[in-house]
Design a protein around this ligand. Structure first.
Ligand code: S3P
Length: 447
């Protein structure tokens, strides 16, 4: 859990080109889902390549608290599930640390069982809205009692006799979609979720892989996902692919740090996740997809990022937002080193992530000498060109891993470097970030 230990101030300094191979950890979204679906299956699920970051380890603990066995055996995670509807009532509060994905998905999968659980998290997670999940869960018959504004700590009383639900998502959120589908597992009949904009589709794909009947249709209302309830999920063997959202950091560092040439192998280019890479190429970044191949039905490539120095600002198409929602902080850093403005619209979800990411990055960039304009659901970064960013400030990372990493990547290319007040949240999603960036040649230190 982040935010419970001592803050770790960190500083990155310029003048060190990045070269070499960056093997980033497993995908955070798929790691959470592997443990959760393993816990809801009958038999032994084996997972290799699991992200061993704090967020996912908190989900492993939670699955144990609901009665599943979860163990690490020689680098493989082994889950003995309790089956759909088999969750036991936890004997203590479930602490999901920093993880919105963890808490929202787990609320979903216990909400249609006759058990009660109380959830909490760190200061960041306790500030985030849970009503977006508990509203649809109440339609199944679950009840929830939280703090004002639907904040944690919160107790969820699962439905004794759940009914299936048909729900159109009011916000583009894979977490909300997934919570509903996981709740639908233990409801009789068909649960339907409709999304106007496609968000990451790992839950649908993995539910089908575990043996559930899932239909996905494109209709006039949007993407319609139908799950047939009360399946028997069958244990699976899973190899977690590497995380494109973690790959984003060494890729963007390679693009903005002069003299760099970085290879980031085996990155999934699932269209619901790859919006950043498309945007970087449109900005004129020297980013190539090497060894492009198909793995398990999804496109995968080795990403090669080289410094080119002639990036151009652009307007990011708002309909692309869901496919790069976690990547706007690091995109804004690349935008600072581009010529001209980069305009990002339709991004109000950024205000309810681990921090208000528009506000956090606007303050960080302004402290580094970059002009930023912002509104409720848009922001504009006025680029200063390849060698125009001053840096030389200490930014607040606000218990947000992606703000901390973005500040440090900026420091690797800014004239006077950049510090963050606390790098400890990086361990939630990318525990090897510091070692990996140093191996590439970065001047990254604590203090
Ligand atoms: C995630 C969904 C996204 C994303 C988060 C992971 C998931 O959140 O920001 O890092 O695994 O479903 P939202 O669903 O709130 O957009």
């Amino acid at each position: 859990m982040s935010g419970h230990g001592q803050p770790i101030p960190m500083t990155a300094r310029p003048g060190h080109p990045l070269n070499g191979v960056a093997n980033v950890p497993g995908d955070k979204s798929i790691s959470h889902r592997s443990l959760i679906l393993g816990a809801l299956s009958v038999g032994e699920t084996r997972v290799t390549g699991l992200l061993e970051g704090e967020d996912v380890l908190d989900t492993a603990k939670a699955m144990r608290a609901f009665g599943a066995q979860v163990e690490r055996q020689n680098g493989t995670w082994v889950v003995h599930g309790v089956g759909v509807g088999g969750f036991a009532e936890p004997s203590d509060v479930i602490d999901c640390g920093n993880s919105g994905t963890g808490v929202r998905l787990i609320m979903g999968c216990m909400a249609t069982s006759p058990i009660t659980a109380t959830f909490t998290g760190d200061a960041s997670l306790r500030g985030r809205p849970m009503g977006r999940v508990t509203d649809p869960l109440s339609l199944f018959g679950a009840q929830s009692f939280g703090r004002q504004g639907g904040r944690l700590p919160m107790t969820v009383v699962g439905a004794r006799e759940p009914v299936p639900v048909r729900y159109a998502l009011p916000v583009p959120s894979a977490q909300v979609k997934s919570a509903i589908l996981l709740a639908g597992l233990n409801a009789p009949g068909e649960t339907v979720v409709i999304e106007k904009e496609a968000t990451r589709d790992h839950t649908e794909r993995m539910l089908a892989g575990f043996g559930a009947e899932v239909r996905v249709e494109d209709g006039a209302e949007g993407r319609v996902i139908t799950l047939v309830g009360q399946p028997e999920l069958r244990a699976q063997t899973i190899t977690v692919p590497r995380d494109p959202s973690s790959a984003a950091f060494p890729v963007c560092a390679g693009i903005v740090v002069p003299g760099s040439d970085v290879l980031v192998p085996n990155i999934g280019l699932n269209p619901t996740r790859a919006g950043l890479f498309t945007t970087l190429r449109e900005m004129g970044a020297d980013l190539s997809y090497e060894n492009l191949r198909d793995e398990g039905g999804e496109p995968v490539a080795d990403l090669r990022a080289r410094f080119g120095g002639n990036l151009k600002g652009l307007e990011v198409p708002p309909e692309r937002a869901a496919s790069m929602i976690d990547e706007y902080p690091i995109l804004s850093v690349v935008a600072a080193f581009a010529e001209g403005p980069t305009v990002m619209r339709g991004v109000k979800e950024l205000r309810v992530k681990e921090s208000d990411r528009i506000d956090a990055m606007a303050k960080l960039l302004r402290a580094a000498g970059v002009e930023v304009e912002e509104g409720p659901d848009w922001w504009i970064v006025h680029g200063r060109g390849a060698d125009g960013v001053g840096g030389g400030a200490v930014a607040e990372s606000r218990l947000d891993h992606r703000i901390a990493m973005s500040g440090l990547i900026l420091g690797m290319a800014a004239r006077k470097g950049m510090s963050v007040d606390d790098g400890s949240p990086i361990a939630t999603s990318f525990p090897i970030f510091e070692a990996l960036m140093r191996d590439l040649g970065a001047d990254l230190s604590r203090g």
